[in-house]
Design a protein around this ligand. Structure first.
Ligand SMILES: Cc1cc2nc3c(=O)[nH]c(=O)nc-3n(C[C@H](O)[C@H](O)[C@H](O)COP(=O)(O)O)c2cc1C
Ligand SMILES: [Fe+2]
Ligand SMILES: [Fe+2]
Length: 406
């Protein structure tokens, strides 16, 4: 793939990683891209690098426009290795270039590389860089999603180069939203946005709202958003901003995700009447077996749904390992505005369902107690109780959904 002009003299020069399926533990079923951008102005400027494996790909893309050794400015919006690990190879080509980076970005970069011979210009929100006909404005976005993160706004192009924000893990020949929707579908695109948000950005809703408000206050006109993963938003940048505002508010579908695991199917048998009860209350329901589902997919389905039921058998007095792993990881993502309960099968003393509730309460979620437990395989009566609990839970989900008004 060659460079793609996204605005006059501004090019996508990134790499498509069709093969990556495990991105730091996050399952990328559709691969991803590492986007970086070249501004071919009087002072040639590269914004971000790529993952080191793709160094020669980005260099060839740059070479299709200019001789890479002519780059004089390198902007590093984020030091995470998927964007910055090619930096040392690139700096060998352009040893005299100036690196524009936040203070915390520089400190982090010092941990990864020997930066002693590189020239840095530390930037903060409001600082600018003139490249000739273009003026770049830097905006720090600390903890979105690393302390060093910032975004770069190209004023005359009304272009926001947004780093990880607004990105999606999709490897595709399409570079733009409209192209992707034409060759794939809007659903796939939205699903990838939610997947990324749920797994990477869920803890940062308040910060996201604040940062979007800052951008509005600054009156920046945006007619294109170019993230560092996936497609570029050219047709409808407001769509992705609205999606982020909705997710930052904790918006979810009127749905229930039943997330469970099982050793000998008893907990699994409970999911059938539970699902039926939920469905009979007019609430959509998806059942996710943890050992059959990548963690990041289970997190996404949780996040899409207003309600969730956690199912776990008892093993050695505690939860089944995959369920405790899920809840442990979910706790770190600090979910909000979700209503949740638990169920499971046990043999003698039990303990797993109580442990699940303890974990859910620690997360501060709206909890429906006491859930439902059965001994060994559910009987016909147990199944009826599960059905009733499913209905009750779905009613509570509807009430809670209405109360939140979203
Ligand atoms: C290795 C193992 C350890 C277990 N430990 C406990 C336990 O500590 N307390 C308990 O009540 N049941 C215990 N059980 C029994 C299971 O909780 C019971 O068989 C339950 O029905 C399993 O549900 P499942 O079919 O959904 O896996 C244990 C079962 C196994 C296989
Ligand atoms: Fe990142
Ligand atoms: Fe990234």
């Amino acid at each position: 793939m060659k460079a793609v002009e996204i605005k006059p003299d501004i090019y996508w020069v990134g790499a498509i990683d069709w093969g990556v399926r495990d991105f730091h533990g996050y399952i990328t079923q559709n691969g991803t891209t590492y986007n970086n951008y070249l501004i071919n102005d009087k002072d040639i400027t590269l914004i971000d690098t790529v993952k080191h494996d793709f160094y020669s790909v980005t260099i060839e893309n740059i070479r299709s426009i200019i001789d890479p050794s002519r780059i004089v400015n390198l902007v590093i919006n984020h030091i995470e290795p998927d964007h910055a690990s090619a930096i040392d190879a690139i700096m060998r080509l352009i040893p005299n270039a100036t690196i524009y980076i936040t203070e915390r970005g520089k400190k982090g970069l010092d941990r990864y590389f020997d930066t002693s011979q590189w020239t840095f210009k530390i930037v903060k929100t409001g600082d600018t860089l003139n490249t000739g006909k273009y003026n770049l404005l830097f905006l720090e976005t600390p903890m979105l999603h690393w302390p060093d993160s910032m975004v770069t706004y190209v004023k005359e192009a009304k272009l926001l180069i947004s780093q990880d924000a607004f990105g999606q893990h999709i490897a595709t020949a399409a570079r733009f939203d409209d192209e992707f929707v034409e060759c794939a579908s809007l659903f796939e695109l939205e699903d990838a946005v939610v997947d990324y948000y749920a797994n990477i950005l869920m803890p940062f809703g308040q910060l996201i709202k604040g940062k979007i408000a800052d951008i509005v206050k600054l009156g920046l006109e945006i007619d294109m958003i170019a993230p560092d993963h996936g497609i570029i938003w050219r047709k409808d940048p407001n769509k992705i901003i609205q999606m982020y505002l909705d997710m930052a508010e904790g918006k979810a579908g009127l749905k229930v995700a039943i997330v469970y695991d099982t050793m000998w199917h008893s907990t699994e048998y409970m999911t059938i009447p539970l699902m039926q009860g939920i469905k009979d209350e007019g609430v959509d329901c998806k059942v996710i077996k943890l050992r059959a589902t990548p963690m990041s997919v289970a997190i996404k389905e949780f996040w899409k749904s207003r309600g969730c039921l956690i199912g776990t058998p008892t093993i050695n007095n505690v939860m089944f390992p995959s369920v405790s792993e899920f809840l442990y990881h979910l706790g770190g993502l600090r979910p909000k505005n979700r209503i949740i309960g638990a169920f499971g099968s046990y043999g003698w003393g039990g303990g797993a369902v109580k442990e699940a509730y303890d974990a859910l309460k620690r997360m501060g979620l709206e909890v429906v107690e006491p859930g439902i437990q059965v001994q060994y395989k559910p009987s016909v009566e147990d199944e009826q109780k599960c059905y009733e609990f499913g209905r009750e839970f779905a009613k509570k989900v509807k009430e809670y959904h209405e109360k939140l008004g979203k």
